[in-house]
Design a protein. Structure first.
Length: 208
């Protein structure tokens, strides 16, 4: 498995950018993913918490009308958020590519993250699921394994202590062609994660 030299940076995280310029040895991908999530979640607005008395009779609907198409794959996302290339923000001379990359999108109600890398001959994508899950993410229930559009897919519900605003979520991983992908969402309600994953995957395509 290739190590994934990626960090999730946002425009306002100047200190993190400066730290990334220092000479360093080949980074551990788990450490980078952990730093990426922490850095991105730090940018989520926290000044208007959800009132505890607000009832939630139905899951919040998120429409995946948006479609991100780069790096020879397409993936659905809510229309009010846009993916940005994390690698390009870290180093404009070394953006994400077909072979490996990380993108993210967020607003006050949602955090999405997608990572990928080439792994010719790989049939089991669970190592990517392990990679995208941070130490603050806790798997809930069993691992759901299925074949969707001829792709080996794994999904698990998660809870997270990364932010009190988005304590629920889900994560999935799958194989498409010679690449493996992983996807993660943090959301305000447990019921929204699985439908988001299913709709995203229904619109997912990749160059094989």
């Amino acid at each position: 498995m290739k190590k994934n030299p990626l960090r999730l940076l946002t425009v306002g995280l100047i200190l993190f950018l400066l730290a990334s310029c220092a000479p360093k040895a080949t980074p551990d991908p788990n450490t980078q993913i952990r730093q990426a999530v922490a850095a991105t979640l730090a940018a989520i607005p926290t000044v208007t918490p959800i009132p505890p008395s607000t009832p939630y009779p139905l899951p919040t609907p998120f429409s995946l009308a948006g479609l991100f198409c780069e790096y020879q794959f397409c993936i659905g996302h809510p229309i009010d958020v846009a993916f940005f290339d994390v690698s390009a923000q870290q180093n404009p001379a070394a953006p994400s590519s077909y072979g490996q990359g990380m993108i993210a999108a967020l607003n006050a109600n949602l955090f999405l993250q997608v990572v990928w890398q080439t792994a010719p001959g790989a049939a089991d994508p669970e190592f990517m699921l392990d990679l995208i899950l941070d130490e603050v993410d806790i798997r809930e229930g069993g691992l759901d394994v299925k074949l969707i559009h001829n792709m080996n897919v794994m999904y698990t519900a998660i809870t997270s202590t990364a932010t009190t605003l988005l304590p629920f979520g889900g994560a999935g991983a799958w194989v498409c062609g010679d690449r493996v992908f992983a996807w993660k969402v943090y959301s305000p309600q447990a019921e929204t994660a699985s439908p988001l994953f299913e709709e995203m995957l229904a619109r997912f395509t990749c160059g094989q």
